[in-house]
Design a protein around this ligand. Structure first.
Ligand SMILES: [Fe+2]
Length: 222
């Protein structure tokens, strides 16, 4: 999919009738810099285009500036309001109960089983570069320490020797990573508390697909 001159993405010259537009994320008070770091690490470019640039805590995180139409492929970022913050703190208390911990453990083990958002990368190199940035920034003393945890799922082995070789040579995937939930893809799940619990962006999935993923309609759970 590539953008047409007047906006929406196209495939084989046909303009998409509908596309996913934007995600609006509200970070916890005091975490603006961490939120900006996370989105930059994912590969976004930030534009301060709120009412008071540099002071209002608002930014547009553009997924791909080279093809941006500034209407789809964008994540709007702002600080959460008082009402959401008050409710988020109550959710935090619930997440500290036995039931909350059980849910957190399930999501950590099976991230596909809970609400999440997804970003698709056109190149595995680019996805790997995002993971390297995240590794650096989640290390002790880094700006994302305690706020972000990444779980990697490598491409399923044995389907394509070239893919197996690429996985073996990857600087960020290892044999310890579990295989992806589907064929011909890698999936990485970025778990973060920055945007609270009342959002699908508590988990952000990063995907890349190898051929022949795009040559058929995928099936799930078979
Ligand atoms: Fe998913």
């Amino acid at each position: 999919m590539t953008p047409s001159a007047d906006g929406l993405t196209t495939k084989d010259g046909v303009r998409a009738a509908r596309v996913l537009g934007h995600l609006a994320l509200y970070y916890r008070p005091g975490t603006e810099e961490a939120a900006r770091t996370l989105l930059t690490d994912l590969g976004c470019e930030l534009i301060d285009n709120g009412p008071r640039p540099g002071e209002d805590g608002f930014a547009s995180a553009v997924l791909d500036m080279a093809t941006a139409d500034h209407h789809d492929g964008v994540i709007y970022v702002a600080q959460m309001g008082d009402a959401q913050w008050a409710l988020e703190q109550q959710v935090d208390a619930l997440m500290a109960t036995d039931e909350g911990r059980a849910l957190a453990e399930r999501v950590a083990e099976w991230p596909e089983s809970a609400p999440h958002a997804g970003i698709v990368y056109d190149s595995l190199d680019e996805l790997e570069a995002a993971l390297v940035r995240l590794d650096e920034h989640t290390a002790p003393g880094g700006p994302l320490e305690g706020h972000v945890r990444v779980v990697r799922f490598r491409a399923r082995p044995g389907l394509d020797p070239d893919v197996d070789a690429r996985m073996a040579a990857s600087p960020v995937f290892s044999d310890d990573d579990r295989p992806a939930f589907g064929d011909h893809i890698v999936q990485c799940f970025v778990h973060t508390d920055l945007f609270g619990s009342l959002t699908s962006a508590r988990v952000i999935e990063l995907d890349f697909a190898f051929p022949p993923f795009y040559e058929r309609v995928p099936t799930f759970g078979r």
